[in-house]
Design a protein around this ligand. Structure first.
Ligand code: GLA
Ligand code: ZN
Length: 684
């Protein structure tokens, strides 16, 4: 158990605030004044400032204007509001793009972008790097000692890629450093296939729709390069920040399910993880409780990026977005519930995009704390204000940790490889969704889970769940075996142990180096059409004591047990009677192989058994009704229990112990949760 301090002693509360873009309102001093009044009223204590302010900070090349920002930061500080200060590299001023066209991005099809949009810059361009470094240095010198500045918000949602000549040249150097000679590269990429053998480094180009699309080794290396190049750009951005303000922590805001970057690599370079969460509640194709489990998975993923250190919810919407296909309003209760959900999983903040709605521009209809009406008498404002009041009661939770006995492996490079692969079906590979599906049973039972990369330490867990572990990195199989030898349990599924890190298939049968651990050989993989299904039936007197028949769809792996015991088998088609679920007793542990993609009930029942078997810690030792979950943070002494009802029904729970609500102060041993209700309890 650890207590984290994200701000080096500068902050002793949970943070509550928003992206604040006063540079849109410099012509309206009345608005800027009103903002401060409303921020206090809304119970906020932090604002992220300057995220897209390059044009306001440097209106002409080399001519800076910081006066407006001086005043904004001073005013916020005088009024008890902290500042997370941004570097503005996410968008650039027109003069920069006009004078130095190299800063603009080149797309995969080699078309050159014009000025416009954001995230439209080359990460290699020496000019872009130099210009942003100059500005960042000035920001650090001017504001680094300001007592109100508690953190650097570097850029905004780094993403995308550039295929310009500068990037191609750097990519080739990166490849040279990795492979040394072309022969090794050609071998690693299997490039003699279709006569794609490279005979000159200069002939290598990044993937393109009109060029190379079929070399998966190249595609993976390109993605790795993009991550490293983006990190290199970030390092250039923070050089002066580290030098001038070593005591101010640095973050950059990460995105939901974004697959353009390997965030595990980024995590090593930032002090604090922060991310932006915009779930679409109340959708027409998914229950709020499934949606909540998906968001929970992401929170756990972001927390696990820095091995459990608390993180920040950097952005969320106080009402709705302007970019979802249908952006429904949050129903009463959801705002508080989804905000506290972040805190339950380890966030030390709830922050929004944005503070005040813009009058114009692309996001003028995006939800904000202050609406175009301009006053506080709105439902959204009251929701924010109420949440702020609740967060004040929860300040003691800041920095506490989440302890998990289970880890789900969700690995970015594996995800890239799965998505790049041609076949066995082109769609519905659904790696992320599958990981979430295997996470969900734990969420339903109120069990904490870490979501980790395959390179992380396994030893602290009792159970590792590794769905679709298609790419095995060097050493992963050995570390999994070691884990199971020491008594751990591991679950994997169809389409595991297929390729190495450059996407070369393992020889000697699948699942590659995992064959021995799972005691099986996968000879063939059948895929089904949408709507088709097979059935999986538990065998009589199987060691899990499970029974019944369940639907299997999309993927059906045809495996031969080689030491493993069959727990369930297929019911139809030419492979009826063959193994669909196996367990292998391996030294002191067990390895389960789930051969098919099964319906949710199967997945739930299977893991519920393992949960019981392993006596995994539940946050509350009671049965939770559908849609309700419990999560826990702790400082080693006090435990903070978050009870969350993601259903639109009232729920009553007998807690079987005495608790006190930190929100209402009430002592209770049973609790009535309203529809979308939430409470935070400590033992009484
Ligand atoms: C992202 C960006 C913000 C804003 C929001 C809108 O998270 O970081 O600047 O555009 O989306 O939802
Ligand atoms: Zn470029």
């Amino acid at each position: 158990m650890q207590k984290y301090d994200l701000f080096n002693g500068k902050v002793d509360s949970l943070l509550h605030g928003a992206d604040y873009n006063p540079d849109q309102w410099l012509h309206r001093p009345d608005i800027l004044k009103k903002d401060i009044e409303l921020m206090k009223k809304a119970n906020t204590n932090v604002m992220s400032v300057g995220i897209f302010s390059w044009a306001a900070l440097e209106p002409e090349e080399g001519k800076y204007n910081f006066e407006w920002l001086d005043q904004v930061i001073d005013k916020l500080y005088e009024n008890g509001i902290n500042v997370i200060l941004a570097t503005p590299s996410g968008a650039r001023p027109d003069w920069l793009a006009a004078k130095y066209p190299e800063v603009l991005r080149v797309n995969a099809d080699r078309s050159k972008n014009l000025f416009g949009e954001r995230h439209n810059h080359c990460y290699t361009s020496p000019v872009y790097r130099e210009k942003i470094a100059e500005l960042n240095k000035k920001l650090a010198e001017r504001y680094g000692k300001h007592p109100g500045v508690i953190m650097w918000h570097v850029s905004n949602e780094y993403g995308g890629e550039c295929h310009c000549d500068l990037c191609q040249a750097d990519f080739r150097s990166w490849l040279k450093a990795k492979y040394g000679d072309l022969e090794s590269l050609n071998q690693a990429w299997w490039s003699n296939f279709w006569s794609h053998t490279y005979t000159d480094w200069e002939n290598i180009e990044s993937p393109a729709p009109q060029g190379m699309q079929s070399n998966h080794g190249l595609a993976l290396d390109w993605k790795r390069f993009v991550t490293e190049q983006t990190i290199d750009f970030y390092k250039n951005e923070i050089e002066s920040l580290r030098e001038i303000t070593p005591e101010i922590p640095i973050t950059t805001n990460l995105m939901y399910r974004y697959d353009g970057l390997d965030y595990n690599k980024f995590a090593e370079e930032v002090d604090v993880i922060s991310w932006d969460s915009y779930p679409s509640w109340h959708s027409d194709h998914e229950s709020d409780s499934n949606r909540a489990a998906d968001v929970a998975f992401m929170h756990d993923y972001f927390r696990s990026l820095k091995n459990g250190k608390s993180f920040l919810l950097m952005e969320s919407t106080p009402s709705k977005t302007n970019w979802q296909p249908v952006a429904k309003l949050k129903r009463p209760g959801i705002h508080k519930l989804s905000s506290l959900q972040a805190v339950a999983h380890g966030s030390d903040s709830v922050q929004y995009f944005q503070w005040r709605k813009s009058r114009g521009g692309f996001e003028k209809f995006h939800g904000a704390v202050v609406d175009h009406v301009g006053h506080s008498k709105t439902r959204v404002f009251r929701d924010v204000q109420d949440l702020g009041a609740v967060l004040k009661k929860l300040d003691q939770i800041r920095g506490t940790s989440v302890e998990a006995e289970v880890a789900v492996i969700f690995d970015t490079e594996n995800r890239w490889a799965i998505n790049e692969a041609s076949g066995p079906r082109q769609d519905k590979k659904n790696y992320v969704e599958t990981c979430v599906k295997h996470y969900q049973p734990f969420w339903k039972k109120g069990i904490s889970v870490d979501v980790i990369d395959q390179t992380k330490d396994f030893s602290k867990y009792k159970l590792i769940v590794a769905p679709m572990l298609y790419m095995l990195k060097e050493g992963t199989a050995d570390r999994l075996k070691e884990f199971v030898k020491n008594g751990g349990r591991v679950v994997s599924t169809y389409w595991s142990g297929i390729v190495n890190e450059t996407d070369l298939c393992f020889e000697g049968g699948f699942p590659g180096q995992l064959k021995e651990l799972f005691g099986i050989w996968s000879e063939e993989l059948d895929v089904l059409y949408d709507g088709d299904s097979n059935e999986v039936q538990f065998k009589k007197e199987n060691q899990l004591n499970l029974e019944g028949k369940y639907q299997a769809e999309i993927f059906c792996d045809l495996i031969h047990p080689q030491g493993a015991e069959i727990l369930a088998e297929y019911k139809s088609d030419f492979y009826a009677g063959r193994a669909a679920l196996t367990v292998n007793n391996y030294s002191r542990g067990k390895a389960y192989y789930v051969a098919s993609r099964n319906e949710e009930e199967f997945v739930d029942e299977f893991y519920y058994k393992l949960i019981d078997d392993l006596e995994l810690n539940r946050v509350l030792d009671i049965e939770l009704p559908s849609g309700v979950t419990a999560q826990k943070r702790s400082d080693g002494q006090k435990e903070y229990i978050f009870l969350m009802n993601f259903s639109d029904q009232k729920q009553k729970l007998d807690l079987k112990n005495n608790y006190q609500s930190l929100i209402s102060g009430q002592k209770l041993s049973e609790i009535g949760l309203a529809a979308y209700g939430v409470d935070v309890l400590i033992k009484a």
